[in-house]
Design a binder for this molecule. Structure first.
Ligand SMILES: [Fe+2]
Length: 162
């Protein structure tokens, strides 16, 4: 797709995050199964449910734009997920695996936060108020998920130090 206007870029990034969310939806159950800490498992399961609603929000945005919902391969998220898988399989203890999964999940959240931040800014500029509202909902969930992961990482480190 030729990117001539801000609107084209907006649609491109929308497809990018749509693809990313779908990859994440597939990956979260695997991470939940591997989590040793119950709180971490719950966090991954909860975020999987949120991700489903985020995908629905994105589908509503596509509908508002009168476009078919479809993704475009996002090599960035593929790379982050691949790296996370390597760490999961190389970790030799459950605690180390949990710490590695938290780091990987936070990299995912930060990627999503940057994408939603950009989409919201462009959406505002393009006057897409209803779309921006839905994108903000998704962004807020990502920010909260990231904060929860930080809290889990800190409490795990404190446990280890004690
Ligand atoms: Fe997400």
């Amino acid at each position: 797709m030729a990117l001539k206007t801000l609107e084209d870029l907006f649609v491109h990034f929308l497809r990018d995050i749509y693809y990313a969310e779908k990859q994440i939806l597939k990956t979260l159950p695997k991470m939940a199964r591997k989590a040793e800490s119950e709180q971490l498992r719950d966090a991954f399961e909860h975020h999987r449910e949120e991700t489903e609603s985020q995908i629905e929000n994105l589908e509503k945005v596509f509908e508002m734009l009168e476009l078919k919902a479809r993704g475009v391969t996002c090599e960035a998220i593929n790379g982050i997920i691949e790296e996370g898988k390597d760490i999961m399989s190389e970790a030799e203890s459950p605690d180390v695996r949990d710490a590695g999964m938290i780091a990987g999940a936070q990299a995912v959240e930060h990627y999503e936060i940057t994408r939603y931040g950009t989409l919201i800014a462009w959406g505002e500029q393009l006057g897409k108020k209803d779309a921006v509202k839905l994108l903000k909902e998704n962004l807020e969930q990502e920010v909260a998920a990231d904060k929860k992961l930080t809290d889990l990482a800190v409490s795990a480190l404190n446990r280890e130090a004690a």
